[in-house]
Design a protein around this ligand. Sequence first.
Ligand code: ACO
Length: 325
Amino acid sequence: MGSNIRILSAGKYLPDNVLTNYDLEKMVETSDEWIVSRTGIKERRLARENEFTSDLAYKALLNAAEKISFDLNELDALIVATGTPDRLFPSTAARVHGLLGLKKEIASFDLLAACAGFSYAIEVARGLASQGYRYIAVVGAEVLSRFINWNDRTTCVLFGDGAGAIIFQSSDEPGFIYGKLYSNGSLEGLLEIPGGGSMLPSCTADSQEYKIKMLGREVFKYAVSELSSALNEALVKTQTKVNQLSGIFAHQANIRIINSVLERCGIPFEKSFNNIERYGNTSAASIPIIIAEYMETQGMKQNDLYAILSFGAGFVWGVHLYRHS
Ligand code: ACO
């Protein structure tokens, strides 16, 4: 038992239904060339009609558990980071708990920090570990496709559905050697789903008010400026040199955002592990999905140091440095 956490296992689930840029060319006035050059995305996955966020989360968590033959009844907490929950309540996490048929001595709750949900959940998991929680699952899961205006070419080409799950174990090793979260609520209108909550409940909302609205160019500029200064601060405060970083796991919103942040921080692009080409922006799920794929293909070695960066609606964002043990 310890006051930090280490990654024990990582899993993922992506729906098998693929929507390519060529499919989108038939739906709105766009082109594969425009989407790839502006975002890095070639295709994304869409949940089937009968698949909900909880179903994706459940499958990703099972995948993480199966990889290490982990008994999910060992969990002390189950956090689902999502901006697209099944319902306002009960939480998506409670439904995942039910689908898995887990024992009752487990804390289950959702965490809403849009695309930065995974970074925020790391801090919550660290806090729980310091209170004696031993095994904590953090699942990022989204079904964004139901909140997209499929006639709006400025947003419909960007997003996809999916889930990634990390099982953390409390540890005495350093683990997260740095973590800082940020917010700027004054820019809420640049990226939002206006309807569906108590501000604009479903019975009064126009249907397009349930969909993602974004002023992409402004979001882009703000994300690059804030993420690069937050990452630089992390490197300076921990006296970390770029060549000491084994890899970067950045929220997959746009490959140009990631590359601009790396460039400003003097970090070679090859350090960043990306899958935006295949999945688009899966919001809170994107970082745990990348970590799962990284563990499958390369594996983390003891003492490897990774940076985790995220940015989402709010705005909220965060940077972590993680040393694997
Ligand atoms: N196909 C073809 N043309 C398009 C498309 C499209 N899909 N979308 C927009 N255009 C057009 C625009 O209409 C515009 O045309 P105009 O010059 O005639 O007016 C032109 O392309 C350029 O539009 P911009 O918006 O300036 O394009 P930009 O280079 O900024 O790229 C993008 C747009 C990809 C949305 C980018 O701004 C971006 O990635 N923004 C950030 C997204 C993001 O990070 N979101 C945060 C996380 S998401 C979350 O938290 C849920």
